[in-house]
Design a binder for this molecule. Structure first.
Ligand SMILES: [Zn+2]
Length: 333
């Protein structure tokens, strides 16, 4: 057994952590003030450090335009979940550490004078995990975008669903996807930005549903960890298969954008993607231009399968759905 000798003088690479940060990619010691000036990108190797929600909003939006909404939303503890410590204690500790109520901040801001509804995640708050509050904020950001007919922007940084909220966290996948589907039918643009890391339930729901999906360089993006993924399909996976660049090469991501160019990129995209005018209404029906829509398909299927327990017999609703069912059967026959 090795004997641990007491050290009598500080090691030479012991820098005060509030002054210096070591780049995990190239090992360079970076002066924190300089790092902040370069938007937390390593000047030597372009490693993108994680950004807090506040820094991200400052980076993307016109100065002074952000108006926070739902700032008071806070997690409850529906399951009475205790691991090493009770869930409410964990939330309280994260709140003290970050100054946030939960892992997402949302509101209305402007980019080059154009109003946008934006929701930004903060990995510093419990790994950016998605519980009921994060899901609700994404959903409400989309609802505001639909109501005001302004573009929606979501910046993801998350390890996935929050295990302390169990099924409640998993339900956020369905909730966010449903409202994003309504947003699509209302023809309001949605830009998704994936930052390091975007994994688990966030990857499996709103993060990849943008009209344009952007990612920061070298960001970890995927559903499960590399070993689990390889084990599931019992195959070797190529190195870096969960990085932005690989996903871009394989058509999963539309663009990999350096942080210094992000704002310009959003400005350009927002010039192209304007919300369609509201005259055609927000209805899900009647717009076939978007082609196949999984959620629309599912709800039509539900209409066909569930009418017996839906509207009372004889009402116009059940007539319509029995017609649909008949036509569905005809197609099948
Ligand atoms: Zn570096």
């Amino acid at each position: 057994m090795p004997i641990k000798l007491p050290s009598f003088r500080p090691r030479r690479d012991d820098y005060p952590p509030d002054l210096w940060t070591k780049c995990p990619s190239c090992g360079e010691m970076l002066f924190n003030k300089q790092l902040d000036k370069s938007d937390r990108v390593c000047p030597t190797c372009d490693h993108h450090f994680r950004l807090s929600a506040a820094a991200r909003l400052e980076l993307l939006l016109d100065p002074g335009t952000f108006e926070e909404r739902d700032a008071g939303l806070q997690s409850v503890d529906p399951l009475g979940f205790v691991d090493q410590k009770p869930y409410p204690d964990r939330v309280a500790a994260a709140q003290v550490a970050t100054g946030l109520r939960d892992a997402a901040v949302r509101g209305i801001g402007a980019i080059e004078g154009r109003p946008v509804s934006i929701c930004v995640m903060d990995f510093g708050f419990m790994g950016g995990s998605m519980g009921a509050v994060v899901g609700e904020k994404v959903a409400r950001a989309a609802e505001d975008a639909i109501a005001a007919r302004i573009p929606l922007i979501v910046v993801s940084a998350s390890g996935g669903a929050r295990m302390q909220e169990g099924t409640m966290a998993l339900m956020q996948l369905a909730k966010t996807i449903a409202v994003l589907e309504r947003r699509r039918a209302a023809r309001v643009p949605y830009l998704s930005l994936m930052t390091d890391p975007t994994t688990g339930g966030v990857f499996a729901s709103y993060a990849v549903l943008g009209d344009v999906n952007l990612a920061e360089p070298r960001a970890l993006i995927g559903f499960a960890g590399a070993r689990v993924s390889a084990g599931t399909i019992a195959q070797e996976l190529p190195p870096g298969f969960q990085r932005s660049e690989f996903l871009f090469d394989h058509g999963f991501i539309d663009r990999v954008v350096h942080r210094r160019d992000l704002r310009t990129e959003l400005v350009q995209l927002l010039r192209y993607l304007r919300p369609a005018d509201g005259s055609s209404g927000d209805g899900v029906e009647g717009d076939t231009r978007w082609g196949f829509r999984p959620m629309g398909f599912l709800s039509q299927l539900a209409d066909r399968v569930v009418p017996e327990i839906g509207p009372p017999p004889g009402s116009s609703g059940s007539e319509r759905s029995s017609e649909e069912r008949a036509s569905g059967e005809a197609k099948r026959g």
